[in-house]
Design a protein around this ligand. Sequence first.
Ligand code: PLP
Length: 395
Amino acid sequence: MTTSLSGRLSAELSNLRSSGLLIKPRVLDGANRARTRVDGREVVNLASNNYLGFADHPRLKEKAAAYLREWGVGAGAVRTIAGTLRIHEELEQQLAAFKHTGSALVLHSGFTTNQGVLGTLLKEGDLVISDALNHASIIDGLRLTKATKKVYKHADADDLERLLQENETDGLKLVVTDGVFSMDGDLAPLDKLIAVARKYGAVTYVDDAHGSGVMGKDGRGTVHHFGFENADDVIQVGTLSKAWGGVGGYAAGHADLRELLINRARPYLFSTAQPPAVVGGLVAAIEEVQRDPSLMRRLWDNTHYFKAELSRLGFDTMGSVTPITPVLFGEPEAAFEASRLLFEEGVFAVGLGFPTVPRGSARIRNIVTAEHTRADLDQALEAYDKVGRKLKIVG
Ligand SMILES: *Cc1c(COP(=O)(O)O)cnc(C)c1O
């Protein structure tokens, strides 16, 4: 008998429900700020990727509004037909200059950037070696290629070297890693990884979604943080949707990379260009981070303060070294219960369990931003102390 749509939907949903994986997103009743209303409650927001407070920043909103008025609501076509506005090219030149790369292309999101770039670059006979904890959009991007795929142990340059030795090819070799890992808040050891990649003639591909606007001078990213500027054997991709406050993705690197992607990257070729208001916000974001150094300073002051205070209270922040600050609870039930109790205390922070993170390492992931005040963080810490004691996570 043919499966009915309602049969398929209810079977899938009840599977999710019974395994405790059904997601019910909370709803924000205002702009995504460090302090906002969520599901009708005033909260300190530790759940966003709004590292620099750009999602609702006055200067970004001003430029977004100006571009909206001058250039319209929509781009009107895909980039390759009639959708490339002067402002798209200006944003790309600004990004290439900011990243110190030979070229940069803007795509619709970080997700589609990985699909577009990996799907374009890699061919049969090539070798791609990917970190075990890479983001879902990298995994999906690699599904689009016929290259030989291998996975190295998380952040392990020795394991990467072993795989490069065992899989010699005349094709292109690509080492793929996140710059900052989104669940643990640790850094890819790019100094070691790029050195190994170079030894075997491989190109390194860094998805810096959580590192862009966070790491390096003025937020130039993790590649910049490790001192690999202007290197033709490093490709930097990332999102314009996290620290940069809007939505979009970019690919930056070799001078010829942009032109090949324009001609071949399918998400770029077959999806309408970004709307002018988004472009305006992003142009202003990259100006603002360089104009106002206090943004990066506050982001990192807050990060260091929050991590140190959580440790002092007895919580395990899992060795994270970036504003992504996980707090370990172990079992998913404990993490989800803690998230619920924190919300009652006016703190919005999301619990994560298997399969998003490995079994036994369920956690709450906090993201500290430049916009949080000391009072915001102190309120969150007080709530953590109370909830941690109640659940006997700290003594
Ligand atoms: C968030 C994220 C993406 C997706 O970026 P979007 O612009 O939200 O599509 C891609 N890669 C990594 C590593 C991410 O953390």
